[in-house]
Design a protein around this ligand. Structure first.
Ligand code: NAD
Ligand code: USQ
Length: 406
């Protein structure tokens, strides 16, 4: 049996893997503020990919050393940052786990952009090697350390796929009757739409195996698209400012629309805009992760899977919402992705609701939408307009049509 890491309750020691990123940084601050002892581990690969793409966050972000020092100065806490690649530096990672004995590891440390993952053979291979390597190293190191560490992993709604299968998507598992009549409760079938999303499906299988074989305590959070930029805590000081991706590879749809409206760029709705996706505000991301950290599974056999979403929305409805708020025009754009033009999506988020989450909904979030717009307006001089159009095509038909036009 694994040795209990010992602290329990409040004030856990938490490693935040990928804690310099868009979701990781505000979560690290949130957990530190809640009384946990936070250590960020990050290899700064996201900042390096910005250099590769010739792009950077719309908001100016401080170095990890400066933002961590600023938070400690403001809060009196003792957050730390360790520069490490968890996919490549296994021995060092294991050693650090053995020495510091974290109660929990929150794992954000993956390449998270679907368009980037589909850009070339090199980015496909990097995404698989990095993401699967990072996730496997995390579970393997927990087993090798002999410590009973709870792993909280950020997965994606995209593991379920966006077909029009009908019915509400359950939280991770479905009941099936196998040929021959045997009843089973199994992982929901995986149906990824990009190499990036496929890595999250591979992660889920690894987690299933390690939970069964080694009784690891794992929570897998199937998160929707995150919008917003700062949280009440990261707004406290400019040095704590969170990143804001707007480019065609890393920018996600709602934040892109808010930034495009602020910069006078027509909203880039791909295809008919009939794609329905799940959404959550960055402040709720932090709250959900705190709930997950404080409510670990009992352990053994089964991964705890929760859908980390506030609501679903259709892309063209979002464009209409932002258009009516700001007067921005909509630009229907040939879809560079291979995905259904129109889909329905209904998702269960019962477990977070039962734990007390009262999520921010777009209908009543006018103030938060305006806040993001104000941030985008403030930093519009940092926007490189040549980076707004996606350079990644995985819909071959569309790519050919686009080539024909140039
Ligand atoms: P991000 O790219 O901003 O952050 C990821 C961080 O992990 C970066 O700081 C990066 O440098 C680090 N990292 C990557 N590989 C690493 C490695 N091998 N070793 C150490 N550090 C490494 O992404 P994000 O938007 O913050 O997303 C975080 C997680 O949440 C991802 O796993 C993503 O799949 C998931 N997620 C994000 C969204 C979203 O809308 N942003 C939605 C659903 C799920
Ligand atoms: N889209 C547009 N116009 C744009 C950008 C996107 O119409 O300018 C459309 C896309 O075609 C897609 C939808 O908006 O149908 C969402 O795209 P996105 O880039 O906002 O989100 P996605 O690629 O799905 O990925 C993001 C995160 C990823 C996370 C995922 C959650 O980058 O890390 O896993 O959201 S989910 O979508 O629920 O799987």
């Amino acid at each position: 049996p694994l040795e209990a890491a010992g602290r329990g309750g409040k004030g856990k020691k938490v490693f935040v893997l990928g804690g310099d990123g868009f979701c990781g940084w505000p979560t690290a601050v949130h957990l530190s503020n809640a009384g946990h002892d936070v250590v960020i581990i990050d290899n700064l690969s996201r900042r390096k990919i910005d250099l590769e793409l010739g792009c950077e966050s719309l908001t100016p972000i401080s170095s990890p050393e400066v933002r961590v020092a600023a938070w400690n100065e403001l809060s009196g806490r003792n957050m730390r940052f360790e520069y490490m690649d968890i996919a490549k530096e296994y021995d060092r990672f294991l050693q650090m786990i053995k020495e510091e004995k974290p109660d929990t590891m929150v794992h954000f440390a993956e390449q998270r952009a679907a368009p980037y993952s589909m850009k070339s053979g090199a980015t496909k291979r990097y995404t698989v090697e990095n993401n699967v390597g990072a996730s496997h190293n995390a579970v393997c190191a927990i087993v090798e350390s002999g410590l009973d560490i709870h792993l909280v992993h950020l997965g994606t709604m995209g593991v379920y796929g966006y077909g029009n299968s009908g019915g509400k998507i359950p939280e991770g598992y479905i009941d099936v009757t196998l040929p021959g009549g045997r009843e089973r409760n199994i992982l929901h079938p995986a149906y990824p739409g990009s190499v990036y999303h496929a890595t999250k499906c591979l992660d889920a299988l690894l987690f299933q195996f390690y939970a069964k074989n080694d009784q690891l305590r794992i929570t897998d959070l199937h998160q929707g698209i995150v919008w917003g930029t700062n949280t009440p805590l990261t707004s406290k000081d400019e040095r704590l400012c969170n990143r804001f991706d707007y480019d065609g590879e890393y920018g996600t749809v709602l934040n892109r629309f808010l930034m495009q409206a602020a910069c006078g760029i027509p909203l880039t709705v791909y295809g008919t805009g009939g794609q329905t996706r799940a959404f959550i505000h960055i402040t709720d991301t932090c709250k959900c992760i705190e709930l997950a950290v404080n409510n670990p599974p009992v352990g053994g056999e089964r991964v705890k899977i929760l859908n980390q979403v506030a609501q679903t929305a259709r892309v063209r409805d979002l464009a209409q919402l932002i258009g009516s708020m700001t007067g921005a025009k909509v630009q229907l754009t040939a879809n560079p992705r291979a995905e259904d033009a129109e889909n329905e999506l209904e998702v269960s988020n019962d477990q977070f609701k039962e734990m007390g989450l009262d999520p921010i909904l777009l209908d009543s979030a006018a103030g938060l939408l305006t806040e993001v717009q104000e941030i985008a307006t403030k930093y519009q001089h940092r926007c490189d307009r040549s980076k707004v159009v996606s350079k990644s095509f995985w819909n071959k038909g569309t790519a050919k049509a686009a080539e024909g036009k140039t």
